[in-house]
Design a protein around this ligand. Structure first.
Ligand SMILES: Cc1cc2nc3c(=O)[nH]c(=O)nc-3n(C[C@H](O)[C@H](O)[C@H](O)COP(=O)(O)O)c2cc1C
Length: 381
């Protein structure tokens, strides 16, 4: 027998989502207030993203063509394939919103299920929970039957450790034809604290016959993505906050999964280039004044990997024009000189510590808290 001429990669990277063929099994998670068109284009330009998702969008507002909802689903040819995440509990509205998305060329619709059986979880489960599951499954069935685009669902593991409902819910949704299930490996009670529970994600994978599960939570490095894929058997990984810190994470993870090789961290100037590109896209999409104001909360995420950046952060949160932003940046460059060596690299004691996912071997649970969570309604995430 002929021996294989090359070693096959351990992990499959391309994947199908219903009728879509994705270039990778790496997804950009919905992050309300952040995953707008400029951010999505920024990460897509760096490569590696299989599918990006919008912020959550209220189904009714979309049907009413509210300008805020329409702005949230704004897209462009370079922003393909795109999933829009819908939020709502009225089956007809969710169905019609999915049909509307399909009619305007959106590739996929995701359903926000933060914790859909929450009332039930609170009273302790039982048959009421099954009623709620059946209700949720009916809502999803209505959507699946109304459109050809894939319908996916995003959920947490359940209410708390005693009420892990994701496997049952996922199974019920598989029966009505969802194309994939996204699981954030924490309970609602956990919020964003504690470690991501890989066994919990694996339980969802094992509960399903054919629907792919996309694991999510704390993936901040290519190695963390690989560990999640290997230990849960999930078909893909979705990255949220890790993409704020490191918009290169998709490209670097894809490369790592294919070749086993870790690409070096982007140098400061490349981080600055991408941050400026992100701002320019914000200005293009939202106008100069609004785009700059929105960028006030974005720039400090880039700065987390710059080394000492208090001078930058203090001033960038006040910018209201492009010229003002570039002035802040230039003055920061000069200030930062004191922390770099002759080659322009940060002196070792000023280098930011690597980000370690809560579930990586040797990482203390406490380290998970090092991934900051911007303010917002955690209960629906
Ligand atoms: C600022 C912020 C906004 C979020 N918005 C949404 C949202 O609109 N819909 C949703 O399903 N999840 C939302 N999430 C949850 C993320 O999609 C993701 O499940 C969670 O952050 C865990 O993944 P990560 O550790 O990679 O960030 C949000 C999280 C954050 C931090």
């Amino acid at each position: 027998m002929k021996s294989p001429s090359r070693v096959l990669p351990a992990i499959l990277v391309a994947m199908r989502l219903g009728p879509l063929t994705l270039v990778s099994n790496l997804f950009l998670s919905p992050l309300a207030g952040y995953t707008n068109l400029p951010f999505r284009l920024t990460v897509r330009e760096l490569g590696g993203v299989g599918l990006a998702t919008t912020d959550l969008v209220n189904a009714r507002s979309l049907l009413e063509r509210k300008s805020k909802a329409l702005k949230l689903i704004e897209t462009s040819p370079a922003d393909y394939p795109l999933a829009v995440q819908l939020f709502g509990s009225v089956p007809e509205e969710m169905r019609d919103a999915a049909a509307y998305l399909e009619s305007v060329g959106i590739a996929s619709a995701d359903i926000n299920m933060g914790c859909p059986v929450r009332k039930v979880c609170r009273v302790g489960g039982g048959s009421a929970m099954m009623t709620e599951l059946a209700k949720t499954a009916r809502l999803v069935k209505g959507m699946v039957e109304a459109v050809k685009i894939p319908i996916t669902a995003k959920m947490r593991l359940g209410w708390d450790d005693e009420n892990i409902t994701a496997p049952d819910l996922a199974r019920a949704l598989e029966d009505v034809g969802v194309a994939a299930i996204f699981v954030h490996g924490r309970t609602r009670e956990q919020g964003f604290s504690g470690a991501v529970n890989l066994a919990g994600i694996r339980a969802v994978v094992e509960a399903l016959k054919w629907v792919p599960v996309i694991g999510n939570g704390d993936v901040t490095s290519p190695q963390a993505a690989k560990v999640m894929l290997e230990q849960t058997g999930c078909a893909g990984v979705s990255v949220g906050r890790g993409a704020f810190y490191n918009p290169w994470i998709f490209q670097h993870t894809l490369h790592y999964l294919k070749s086993g090789e870790l690409l070096p961290d982007p140098p400061f100037e490349e981080r600055v280039r991408v941050m400026c590109r992100h701002l320019e896209l914000m200005i293009e999409v939202f106008g100069e004044a609004h785009g700059c104001r929105m960028f006030r909360k974005v720039a400090p995420w880039y700065a987390k990997r710059f080394g000492p950046a208090n001078e930058f952060n203090k001033r960038v949160v006040l910018v209201s024009s492009r010229a003002g932003y570039y002035e802040v940046l230039e003055s920061y460059r000069r200030w930062r000189q004191q922390f770099v060596d002759e080659a322009g690299d940060l002196k070792p004691r000023f280098r930011p510590a690597p980000l370690v996912a809560s579930f990586m071997a040797g990482a203390g649970v406490g380290q998970a808290g090092h991934i900051p969570v911007p303010k917002g309604p955690v209960e629906v995430w």
